[in-house]
Design a protein around this ligand. Structure first.
Ligand SMILES: Nc1ncnc2c1ncn2[C@@H]1O[C@H](COP(=O)(O)OP(=O)(O)OP(=O)(O)O)[C@@H](O)[C@H]1O
Ligand SMILES: [Mg+2]
Length: 262
């Protein structure tokens, strides 16, 4: 269970101060998949990074599994963070370590004994069907396989929450489906709560229970994906819901221009 209440994050940008996330409330029930969607710069990454306090909110509360994270000291926060897995767009694997060693690294940091580490690495790689690639270096793996190793790495610490920031943005459409299938399976079989940031509606529609639509740092709408027809209230939701669109920079610029023009 994740509950963000009134979280705000301000940065100083090149044009002066900006509010990346503006007084957002978000409740993610245990075991659900929460999508977060919006254009580039909407504040999606900043929001998801506040769930494990990679970004510390200027104001607001961050509750994960009943624990307030903003008041923890550094050491408690470091331990707490190991139970919040994270997966990034660019995989972030270490090239000089094998798949297995990449997965094991976080377990070493957590100080787990060797036998436990070996078992956890094997289990985590098995979840993403890469048990036979434990000895492969990242350079020998496809983009989809690399992302699955990154997912295994996040799972090895047995997290209750998995934060995914555009996990499919660097892989092709067919691989996207594979990665989503593993995420859904992890959610259903292991009961792990997932927060999935993307700018592709097709991606969240495939697996999320609820989608928070972000614009200019705010959550402007929730779309519930419970099988009933979607009835978007905001213009941005309607735009994002257009299945045919794969939002590239040109589409985004065109959409913003269209919205400015009224
Ligand atoms: N560390 C930082 N310092 C200054 N400004 C930042 C920082 N991180 C983010 N921002 C700004 O905050 C705003 C929100 O950024 P964020 O990365 O959260 O957006 P996003 O929705 O994830 O975008 P994208 O889809 O491009 O990843 C942007 O205007 C960005 O430039
Ligand atoms: Mg981002």
């Amino acid at each position: 269970m994740i509950t963000l209440t009134g979280v705000t994050k301000r940065f100083t940008g090149p044009d002066g101060p900006l509010t990346a996330v503006d007084n957002v409330d978000l409740h993610v029930p245990r075991g659900s998949v929460q999508g977060v969607i919006g254009f580039s710069g909407a504040g999606k990454s900043t929001l998801i990074r506040m769930i494990n306090l990679l970004e510390r909110p200027d104001t607001g509360s961050v509750l994960v599994d009943g624990e307030e994270l903003t008041t923890l000291d550094e050491e408690s926060l470091r331990r707490r963070r190991t139970k919040i897995g994270m997966v990034f767009q660019q995989f972030n694997l270490l090239e000089n370590l094998t798949a297995g060693q990449n997965v094991e690294l976080a377990l070493r940091v957590a100080g787990l004994p060797k036998a436990v580490r070996a078992a956890r690495v094997a289990e985590a790689l098995a979840v993403v069907d890469l048990a036979d690639r434990a000895g492969s270096y990242p350079s020998k793996l496809s983009g989809g396989q690399k992302q699955r190793v990154a997912i295994a790495r996040a799972l090895a610490n047995e997290p209750s929450v998995l934060l995914c920031d555009e996990p499919t943005s660097a892989v092709d459409p067919r691989t996207t489906i594979t990665v989503l299938r593993y995420l859904k399976e992890i959610n259903e079989r292991l009961g792990i709560t997932i927060v999935l940031v993307t700018h592709e509606m097709n991606v969240v529609k495939a697996i999320a229970d609820d989608v928070a639509v972000m614009e200019d740092g705010k959550v402007v709408e929730h779309l519930r994906l419970d099988g009933s027809p979607l009835q978007p209230r905001t213009e941005i939701s309607r735009f994002l819901l257009d299945d045919e669109l794969r939002l590239g920079p040109t589409d985004v610029a065109a959409a913003k221009e269209a919205r400015r023009a009224g």
